[in-house]
Design a protein around this ligand. Structure first.
Ligand SMILES: [Zn+2]
Ligand SMILES: [Zn+2]
Length: 174
């Protein structure tokens, strides 16, 4: 099986070890890809756990995060494609002055009934101790994102499927 994060790599060599907890994400982009995978596979615990501590504890400005709210959103839409616009993997080579802060700009395409949405977001990531436990090595976590744009497109049954399978929408994700 190809990895749902659109890396064109096998799932077992890409995001699966992260979702299984066998490996930690080595960069914000890797974490972003694995979180996208988790949404497609409804791995709610993984999505929750990889949020920054400030979000999980409600200390940030964000709405209180719950597994129920993540589940509701993950179940209401179907993610079909991910494009990384720019990952902070490129900037961690000494240019990024904040080694514990990272950014990833991405476009995630998802279907809500017959409407295709493109969520174009620049996300912020922090490298911190999981759950604030200092005896655990620091890991990347998602803080929040700025939505750059979110255009939508209504799909017809005979349109090509936005997942790029080459099939008609009605025969694929329709
Ligand atoms: Zn992957
Ligand atoms: Zn499709």
């Amino acid at each position: 099986m190809l990895c749902p994060c659109c890396s064109k790599r096998a799932f077992k060599d890409c995001c699966e070890p992260l979702l299984d907890g066998a490996k930690n994400a080595q960069s914000p982009e890797t974490l972003m890809r694995s979180r996208y995978c988790a949404y497609t596979l409804k791995a709610i615990d993984y999505i929750f756990d990889t949020y920054a501590n400030s979000v999980k504890t409600g200390a940030s400005d964000n709405e209180q995060l719950t597994k129920a709210s993540i589940t509701e959103w993950a179940n209401s839409v179907t993610f079909v494609r991910l494009e990384i616009v720019s990952g902070s993997d490129d900037t961690n080579g000494g240019i990024n002055k904040e080694p514990n802060l990272g950014f990833v700009e991405f476009a995630a395409y998802y279907l809500d009934k017959n409407v295709l949405h493109c969520l174009h977001e620049k996300s912020r990531f922090v490298r911190e101790h999981p759950n604030g436990l200092n005896n655990e090595p620091k890991q990347w976590h998602y803080i929040d994102g700025t939505i750059i744009e979110e255009p939508t497109l209504s799909l017809g049954r005979n349109d090509l499927c936005p997942c790029q399978s080459g099939k008609k929408f009605k025969k694929c994700h329709g």
